[in-house]
Design a protein around this ligand. Structure first.
Ligand code: SF4
Length: 548
């Protein structure tokens, strides 16, 4: 399908063989090599059915082609195989089956993997324990949570022990009053009775143990929950908080679901469904949500609306905080969303007002996360400022129609699902590229969709935003999701806008890197990244910033 840009800037017939061979010999190539190179490009174009621009994606630049060995590099580079043991690879089988209600979750900040995940885990255990036979429960004396790996290394800064305790006493992430968690922080010696059948067991923060930070864990965010009778274990489960608030456990198998109407495992396949059916990525996503989860369009829309409204609310409440507010924790970080917003409005140039305002919206939602207030995983708590800033900016400032925002949320979800499917959303597995990088990529897809961009532009925008976060490490100062996280959300939002600007103004078919290649790079980089930079607070800013 032609894009607006192709019609405007590139009206050559891609099927015309003469269009495949440039008429001038580039500097740095002799004639023989140039003819050989052109012939290979043309042959590959015919075989692949590609236009020259697409085929040249695999060809070396003229300077590189001056070397005979590099001319051999005209064949596509073999895909880099990913380690079969990498958690992120094991999951990339079959079509994407994630649904929006699994993906966008409302819960207490500051981290989907360190607060929402652990809270869901202990709540799950609490529910299981409550179903044990009465004679087993009669023997119970204690509940105990052990945190391992990254949960132990940085859990204190995230308030993981408070979230874990809240789940244990029967509180759910989406409905917990943040004041309950604030109260636990201010008065950590509180004791709560947990009712299990006829039995009541007292629990407190002392029952949540920060255990080994290093070891041979199945996942970097591992925890165990036990129901004990003295030293005897009545019930024990090993859990993993795998990012984005998703949880798994030892022996986990994904829940059975209906087949998607339009199965896809790559952006290429997703986009092909959209283009072949003369529709949008968002509509393909909607059809799949309906078929996989067995929901009506109204039900999907109602859920997406709930998330949109929560995103708008989190930006509003963040902007409403006092300019003198100080976030919890040892950094003593001053809130800056309200100051940045007010001052940005006074900027002389409209473009500065736009960038400043968008940054302020992201800061506002991210600071709410830092306060442990309710946020929305999109895809995680640490990145919870990125998508809300664009949703707020498009809806509340630019007054974009709600249906277009809904579509944008679905296209963004598709981008996030693919990153989860083939790579990771967990900073403990992949560093910050997996959080802010994926959030920025999703946000770019949201903007492009909301502005009715063709599917290729949606892909290109998402690709570009993700590409320019590759390699970004996770090194939260003092283990608190504040520095660099809060400002990083603002940068993720602005980069998303930049990615959309480039994608909607370039010639779409000439975009050099496709989304699937970049997701593969995300997975590979996650695997190769030094573990010090995976949410352990052992390196980077966490080392260099001095707290006084
Ligand atoms: S540095 Fe990035 S990945 Fe790490 S906690 Fe902060 S936002 Fe999350």
């Amino acid at each position: 399908m032609s894009t607006r840009e192709e019609v405007k800037h590139d009206d050559r017939d891609p099927h015309d063989p003469s269009a495949q061979v440039p008429s001038e010999i580039p500097a740095g190539l002799d004639r023989r090599k140039f003819i050989m190179r052109s012939a290979v490009i043309s042959a590959a174009a015919v075989m692949n059915g590609c236009s020259r621009a697409e085929t040249e994606r695999t060809a070396p630049p003229p300077a590189a082609a001056a070397s005979e060995s590099r001319v051999q590099g005209l064949a596509p580079a073999p895909a880099v195989p990913l380690d079969k043991d990498l958690n992120v690879v094991k999951k990339g089988k079959g079509p994407v089956m994630t649904t929006v209600d699994e993906f966008y979750k409302v819960g207490p900040g500051p981290s989907s993997s360190h607060t929402i995940g652990p809270m869901r885990i202990t709540y799950d255990f609490y529910q299981q324990a409550a179903k044990l036979p009465a004679d087993t429960l009669a023997k119970a004396t204690r509940l105990q949570v052990n945190l391992f790996g990254s949960l132990s290394a940085t859990g204190k800064g995230h308030g993981t022990e408070r979230a874990a305790l809240a789940g244990l006493v029967g509180k759910e992430p989406a409905t917990v009053d943040p004041k309950f968690l604030d109260g636990l922080r201010d008065n950590p010696n509180q004791v709560f009775p947990v009712k299990l059948g006829n039995k009541s067991i007292d629990v407190s923060l002392k029952d949540v143990i920060y255990d080994a930070t290093k070891g041979d864990f199945k996942h970097p965010n591992t925890m165990t929950v036990k129901l004990l009778a003295g030293n005897d274990v009545l019930l024990e489960q090993e859990y993993y908080s795998v990012g984005g608030g998703f949880i798994e456990w030892k022996g986990y198998t994904p829940p059975k679901k209906n087949q998607p109407k339009y199965p896809f495992a790559t952006m290429k396949e997703l986009r092909a469904h959209a283009d072949n059916n003369k529709t949008t990525i968002a509509k393909i996503m909607l059809a799949n949500e309906m078929s996989i989860a067995g929901r009506s369009e109204e039900e999907v829309n109602a859920f997406v609306d709930k998330i949109i409204n929560a995103m708008v609310a989190t930006v509003k409440s963040g902007l409403a905080m006092s300019e003198d507010d100080v976030l919890p924790g040892p950094i003593k970080l001053h809130s800056k969303a309200a100051s940045v917003y007010k001052r940005a409005l006074d900027d002389k140039y409209e473009s500065d007002r736009g960038i400043g305002g968008l940054s302020a919206f992201a800061l506002a939602a991210s600071e709410e996360n830092g306060r442990g207030h309710l946020v929305i995983t999109a895809p995680t708590g640490g990145s919870a400022g990125v998508m809300p800033s664009l949703v707020y900016g498009l809806m509340e400032v630019r007054k974009v129609d709600r249906q277009k925002i809904r579509d944008g949320m679905l296209a963004a979800a598709g981008v996030g699902y693919l990153c989860k499917h083939h790579a990771t959303l967990s900073a403990a597995e992949g560093g910050c590229q997996a959080e802010i990088g994926v959030a920025s990529s999703m946000a770019a897809a949201l903007i492009a969709t909301a502005y009715d961009a063709p599917s290729l532009v949606v892909e290109n925008a998402a690709e570009s935003a993700l590409e320019h976060h590759l390699g970004m490490t996770c090194d939260p100062v003092a283990g608190y999701v504040q520095v660099p996280c809060i400002e990083r959300c603002a940068f993720g939002a602005v980069k998303a806008w930049t990615a959309y600007q480039i994608a909607s103004n370039e010639i779409a078919s000439r975009h050099r890197v496709n989304f699937d290649e970049t997701v593969q790079a995300l997975a590979q980089t996650a695997k190769d990244m030094n573990s010090k930079y995976k949410e352990t607070s052992e390196a980077g800013l966490a080392q260099s910033v001095t707290l006084c």
